[in-house]
Write a protein that binds this ligand. Sequence first.
Ligand code: BG6
Ligand code: MG
Length: 210
Amino acid sequence: MKYKGIIFDLDGVICSTDEYHYLAWKALADRLGIPFDRERNNLLRGVSRMASLEIILEKSDKTYTEEEKAAFAEEKNTRYRELLGRMSPADLSDDVKTTLEALRKTDLKLAIGSSSKNTPFILERIGLRDFFDAVADGNCITHSKPHPEVFLKAAGMIGLCPQDCLVVEDAHAGVEAAKAGGFDCAAMGDARDDERADRHLEKFSDLLKI
Ligand code: BG6
Ligand code: MG
């Protein structure tokens, strides 16, 4: 591998918490009578909680105050955290687990670059709290993806420049963020066929072939 470090997105890359985001937003959208489906949910990948809410509300014919929006985001997050609270290390797939273990045995620096403010909670639940060399997340950035801030922060934390890092992403917004920051990007999941990506992963363990 020509890289010195890998920066992983979290939701939809390391674990399937993207599904929980969907379920929690879907419950809110249904309660408010707003059309929302899995295809529309793909637009929320990588973007912040409030930006996600704005995308959902685009399909509403009502306008809401900032206070109402804050309450909706809180309602979604409470439901989302209930789902996260049920997670355990068993929720890490074998494919991800064995790949991370193999990468940990190399000289590569491994970091998280996620827009989520729930990153510490998720890492704790799945048993990876102390696994990564650095964690940059929604708690330490002002701009979420597609802005490159979170990846630049992660690279800085592991002492590497973007050219030496590979970003792994499942979101189009994340691929855009990686490229904007000067990183190579391996795309998987929903973003797998994104033409801006440098690598296209069928599954997480394909990283070991790079
Ligand atoms: C990203 C998800 O990782 O985190 C987005 O892909 C989500 O869907 C964003 O909106 C923010 O997450 P949280 O946990 O801070 O609401
Ligand atoms: Mg993701």
